[in-house]
Each structure stands twice: as structure tokens, then as C-alpha cells.
Design a binder for this molecule. Structure first.
Ligand code: DON
Length: 566
């Protein structure tokens, strides 16, 4: 209790409010509540598509597939058929599954493909050129997901997206701004006039129509995965590759397979979390974070208390150091999962933390960094009337991927190759570093931070959660779960709460502008932390099952995210 009082005195009214009241803190407010099913995604039109599927008797998995295709139309910054992602599924019976539709390196890719003759990184080649694209996985992922879990006809899941592409949909204000900002790179990187370009500036509520994309989606509707990986769409992708000297071949496309993986499952304070294994680092990192903070009375410290922020940042510092060294696609690199998640190891890691003083990251790992974020991925969470649940995170990597649209096919290509370690110790766009574990190799999947997660309590579904945000995904998911389970917030409140992030290098706590009160910052600085204000961290879309069985949505106020329930 002393610590709590001390925190109150030191860190000012706001942090103090949460600290002092934590044991009795009740959710201050709630998000949308629904009786039967809920969809939370980055775009209202996509959430509406999912809700209609649920209302028509579809499952959460059917709805997830329809939402994925709808996002590829209404949310081109990150929604994708030219990219990839992950699903975590929990059936109403409690069965768990992890679907990996991450992009893969083309067969012609090789370790030093982004280095010049002096072995220096060719700036931009892994992010802004045709060479930045991995073989897209989304369409194969949806086909694989529906093979196992689909209950509605495949065409019913594609038709809403086709209609949105053909008839168009109203742009939100932020989408109009974003497309206007994109004009220059779209013109310089494409040899044709994409549907995102027009003479005058886009305004909110303007209708965006995408006829080529509608035709591509029809081919997928009519031919399943072959509508993308073979025939006309494959031909158009390869033509685009040939025109701009890209690597993806017709054979690469035909050979792409999505995979079912064994999810990472662990426990924290009586809750079971289920998350994504390699090629994502998310599940293992989350497991490490929970195990480290479990050694301390985090709930007692209180939300955004100095002790809580210090402890979580110190845990994150150590977990991201391990990520850089040990995580990669374990089809190609032997990820020491058991060792990374060993309770003894994590207890030792927790024991290294000095609760009075920040560690120097150089003492945790000896590499160096230059960070610069440009973030665009998207997460959606869905629960249906039977209790099936899907947590899905999917991406082109950077906003609008490499901004190259496949001529005639109307979709953007990813720049996911930058998620490989393109040179040991050289930071990717999220400032993440890596080495051998995540080096480029033909056919390998690049390491991800995407962390779609399902939390269970007493063997029942409790929460569905995930976020975009590059390297900050893991910490955003971690903090949102803690906000509910340790700090007693409601779902919407937990999602809205400000976030912070430490990734070992750079050695700093990034904090959303105005996210912490100034006295808390002064106290953290006195402990040796560097505090760096920045823009938004993550964009969490989540669903919480309340005590009475109703569903509460948390749709992140940081974006246009929307919850729709029934
Ligand atoms: O897979 C990854 O970790 C990254 N490609 C995710 C990128 C991302 O989250 C961008 N988002 N806002």
C-alpha cells in the first residue's frame, strides 16, 4: 500500500487516480454491447459486412473471411489480397487453431539481395520497390480457413467485397487525406493510372470504385485459390514482376501454401492466452512478457503508475532483445521455443530487473538502431452467437505496401520482405533488428510481430484482441489485456487508454503524446529512462465477454474503427 501512496504523491492526479482506486476500479464506460455476435474492424463497411454474415447464420470464421475480403476493398492501406496475415481461432467447443498465411520469399530471393557490392544496404529497396514483395498469402489463407471451418458458400463471402469494389463506397475523411498524400508515390511507382488517382483531391464521402479489383475478386469467387495463384490473376502479377524486374514467378505463386500451426498457449493470473507462433514473434514475446511481470504485484502498482511502467518497459526491453536474436520462421531456423518460454529462464530475467533503476539496453544486447515508423496493418476481432471466435491480423507491411498496384488486377503488393533482417543489426522500418534466425532465404517466411490473441478464463472465451503497429503490436496487445485483467477496465476503456512501448533498441520508452502525466515522466527519467513522445501506438480492436454473457466491443478511437453487433 505504501508504494501505491507513494506513486500517488509522485505521479500526480491522473496516474494517482488509477493507482489508488485500482482495487475498486470499475469500468468507467463501455463500448458497444451486443447479445449475440460482434465484429470489430478498422472500417465501418467491413464491420457491417461481417455483421450481416453473422445475422444470416454464418459463423465467426465465415464472417472473418468475408471481412478479410471486404477490407481488401474498403481499407486498401492495409487490407489486402496482395499481402498476408494470421488468424487465431477458438471454436465454441474450445478447440484452438492458428492459421498462417504469411507471405514467403520468392524462390529467387537470397540473403544479401538488398545489399550493394560494398555490402551496404540499398536504401528503400526492401520497402519501396517491386523487390519488396513477398509471395502473397491471404487468398490461400482464406481458402484454407474455409476448407476447415466454412459453413456458408464461398461465393457468399466474396460477393459483399465485389459489390463494394464495383459500386464503390464512401471514403472516410482520414482515407481521403491519406489517398491525397499518396498521389506522388502512386504516380512514380506505377506505369498505369490506378483507381486511387484522380485529377482533383479526394474529399470525405467521395465514392471510391475499383473495377479491376472487382474482376480479380470475381475470379477468386469463381475459382477459389486458383483464381489468384493461377490463370489470369497470376498472369497479371507475373507481368507486373517482369515489367519492373521483380522476382515472383508463376511457379512461386502456384507453390504458395498457407499452413495450420500449433498456437502458443500460456497462463497469466488465472487467464489462458492463445496467440500466434512463428513465423510471428507475437505469441512467444507475449508469453515472455506475461511470465516476467507475473513475478511482481503489477495490479497493486496500478495503471500507469511509475512502478508499472518501469516494470513493463524493463520486461519489454529484455523480450525484444531475445526477439532480435532467436526468432524467425521455424520451418527454416530452429527457434528455441521451450527455452524462451521456460519459467526458470523468465524468472531469472524478471530477477534481473532493478525496480529503482533503468537498465542500459547495451547491457542487454549489443546492437544499435535507427527507428522510423510508417505503420499499416489491420486487425479484426469476431465472435458469433455460438461462441466461436476469430482474432485476425493481416498486413501489406507499410501503409499501402510498396504502393505498386498490379496492372489490370487492381490490388496493391506488399513490402513484407523488409520484415526479414536484410543485414545483421540493420533496423527495419520499425527499428527492429535481427540476425541469422531471420535472414532471407528462398521460400522462408519473414518474422512478424503480429499478435492476434484469444484469452480464456475458466475454459470459456474471455477476450479476442489484436492490433497493427509494427514492433508496437506486441506491447499494445500486452497492455490491453493487462488493462482488463489487472487494472479492471472495460473493453472500450482498455483500448482507448494511452500506451507506451519499449523495444530494447532504441533504448527509450516511446509514449503517446500526452499519454502520461508530466510528474510520472519526471520520475521515470530520474530512474534513468529516456522518454520519447510519439504519435499513436497501435490500433486495437477487441471483444470482451461480460459476466452476463453479453459482448462488449473495444473499437480503437485512434482510427475509423467500428464495432457492429447483433
Ligand atoms: O508483420 C509484421 O510484424 C509487420 N509487417 C506489421 C506491420 C504493421 O503492423 C504496420 N502497421 N501498422
Amino acid at each position: 500500500m505504501n508504494k501505491v501512496i507513494c506513486t500517488l504523491l509522485l505521479s500526480g492526479l491522473l496516474a494517482g487516480f488509477y493507482s489508488c482506486n485500482n482495487s475498486v476500479h470499475k469500468p468507467e464506460y463501455r463500448g458497444l454491447i451486443a447479445d449475440n455476435g460482434m465484429v470489430v474492424s478498422a472500417h465501418p463497411e467491413a464491420s457491417e459486412v461481417g455483421k450481416r454474415i453473422l445475422e444470416n447464420g454464418g459463423t465467426a470464421m465465415d464472417a472473418a473471411c468475408a471481412v478479410e475480403f471486404a477490407l481488401s476493398v474498403v481499407y486498401p492501406a492495409a487490407g489486402n489480397i496482395g499481402g498476408g496475415g494470421f488468424w487465431i481461432v477458438r471454436t465454441a467447443d474450445g478447440d484452438l487453431a492458428a492459421l498462417d498465411f504469411r507471405e514467403k520469399a520468392p524462390d529467387a530471393a537470397y540473403r544479401n539481395m538488398y545489399l550493394d557490392d560494398d555490402e551496404e544496404v540499398i536504401r528503400g529497396s526492401s520497402t519501396s520497390t517491386i523487390l519488396a514483395s513477398g509471395i502473397p498469402g491471404t487468398v490461400a489463407g482464406m481458402a484454407k480457413g474455409m476448407e476447415k471451418f466454412g459453413t456458408l458458400p464461398w461465393a457468399d463471402l466474396l460477393n459483399p467485397a465485389i459489390e463494394l469494389a464495383e459500386k464503390g463506397f464512401p471514403l472516410t475523411a482520414s482515407q481521403a487525406r491519406s489517398l491525397n498524400g499518396l498521389k506522388r508515390s502512386l504516380i512514380t511507382r506505377n506505369t498505369w493510372r490506378t483507381s486511387f488517382i484522380r485529377e482533383t483531391l479526394w474529399q470525405a464521402n467521395d465514392t471510391l470504385r475499383q473495377p479491376e479489383l472487382a474482376e480479380t475478386l470475381k475470379r477468386i469467387r469463381d475459382n477459389g485459390r486458383d483464381g489468384f495463384y493461377k490463370g489470369e490473376t497470376a498472369r497479371l502479377i507475373v507481368e507486373q514482376m517482369e515489367e519492373l524486374d521483380g522476382l515472383i514467378t508463376i511457379e512461386d505463386l502456384a507453390a504458395y501454401e498457407a499452413q495450420w500451426r500449433e498456437p502458443v498457449v500460456g497462463n497469466y493470473n488465472g487467464y489462458e492466452f492463445v496467440s500466434m507462433p512463428p513465423p510471428s514473434s507475437g505469441g512467444i514475446a507475449l508469453g515472455q512478457l506475461f511470465n516476467i511481470v507475473a513475478e511482481y504485484p503489477l495490479a497493486e502498482y496500478g495503471f500507469h503508475s511509475i512502478e508499472a511502467i518501469h516494470l513493463m518497459a524493463e520486461a519489454e526491453r529484455r523480450v525484444y532483445a531475445d526477439r532480435a536474436e532467436w526468432l524467425g520462421d521455424d520451418d527454416y531456423f530452429d527457434v528455441p521455443r521451450k527455452e524462451l518460454l521456460s519459467p526458470k529462464y523468465l524468472k531469472d530475467r524478471a530477477g534481473e530487473i532493478d525496480m529503482n533503476k533503468a537498465t542500459n539496453s547495451e547491457e542487454v544486447s549489443a546492437m544499435q538502431m535507427i527507428p522510423e515508423e510508417s505503420e499499416e496493418t489491420t486487425h479484426y476481432s469476431i465472435v458469433d452467437q455460438w461462441g466461436n471466435a476469430v482474432a485476425a491480423t493481416t498486413t501489406l507491411n507499410g501503409g499501402y505496401g510498396n504502393r505498386i498496384m498490379v496492372k489490370g488486377a487492381g490490388f496493391l503488393l506488399n513490402n513484407e520482405m523488409d520484415d526479414f533482417s536484410i543485414k545483421p543489426g540493420f533496423p527495419n522500418v520499425y527499428g527492429l533488428i535481427g540476425g541469422d534466425a531471420n535472414a532471407i532465404q528462398a521460400g522462408k517466411r519473414m518474422l512478424s510481430s503480429m499478435t492476434p490473441t484469444i484469452v480464456n478464463k475458466d475454459n470459456e472465451l474471455f477476450m479476442v484482441v489484436g492490433s497493427p503497429g509494427g514492433s508496437t503490436i506486441i506491447t499494445s496487445v500486452f497492455q490491453t489485456i493487462l488493462n482488463v485483467v489487472d487494472f479492471n477496465m472495460g473493453m472500450q476503456e482498455a483500448v482507448d487508454a494511452s500506451r507506451f512501448h519499449h523495444q530494447c533498441f532504441p533504448d527509450q520508452i516511446s509514449v503517446e503524446t500526452d499519454g502520461l502525466d508530466s510528474l510520472t515522466i519526471v520520475n521515470l527519467e530520474a530512474m534513468g529512462h529516456k522518454i520519447k513522445p510519439r504519435g499513436k501506438i497501435g490500433r486495437v480492436d477487441a471483444i470482451l465477454v461480460l459476466d452476463d454473457g453479453k459482448l462488449e466491443a473495444g473499437a480503437d478511437k485512434r482510427g475509423d474503427d467500428a464495432a457492429k453487433g447483433h
